[in-house]
Design a binder for this molecule. Sequence first.
Ligand SMILES: *Cc1c(COP(=O)(O)O)cnc(C)c1O
Length: 243
Amino acid sequence: MTGAAESRVMRSIADNICAMRQQIAGIAANCGRDPDSVQLLAVSKTRSADELRQAIEAGLRAFGENYLQEALDKVAALQDQEIEWHFIGPIQSNKTRPIAEHFDWVHSVDRAKVARRLSEQRPPHLPPLNICLQVNISEEPSKSGCLPQEVPTLAREIAVLPNLRLRGLMAIPAASDDPLEQRRPLAALRQLLEQLQSEHPALDTLSMGMSNDMEAAIREGATIVRIGTALFGPRPTKQKESP
Ligand SMILES: *Cc1c(COP(=O)(O)O)cnc(C)c1O
């Protein structure tokens, strides 16, 4: 392990959250945005319920999970907490019911069938499920997300479903360490949202920006940044990482 990675592990989750809050506020101020217009979503895949409790004590209440069974275990373990749960991973259409029952947001809807099932299965006593349409903005083969040209039709189909509330768009652009390269797909997603807003004026969410491209994402208008590594340290290598 390198020295830098090690010191990130050693710093507490609370310290990382505090530093991240300041960083987000600094970037937002720097590009003339209200810092409160950028929500920090803690991506807690592979993290234990205890680690989430540390983050909750440091003031976070929104968590993003990718793997359904792992997420449901944490939902059960943390029932005593006021948590806003976001599902951000790939969705199998036969696994929509627990998502509809236990989550507040789903960022990874990329087809109408999944949206219809989530709406049908949303329990009537809960408010509508907040939805972002995931877009394969870099048009990478075999990646999740609908194609940019499919967005208008899918948005129309989702907008009429009674138990869903379409909020905006989400993307995981092709990874790059070059800030200029990073901005291109992020800007494309923002433009897609702007076009969509002429037909759906209530849309207010751009879910984009991870530990590596957060600054570029905020500059391009992100309203939710999804941050894992920079808060909790490097993940165990059990699941595949972006290249
Ligand atoms: C893992 C993950 C993140 C967080 O990535 P980091 O690089 O750890 O910040 C954000 N969004 C999605 C969809 C993810 O799967």
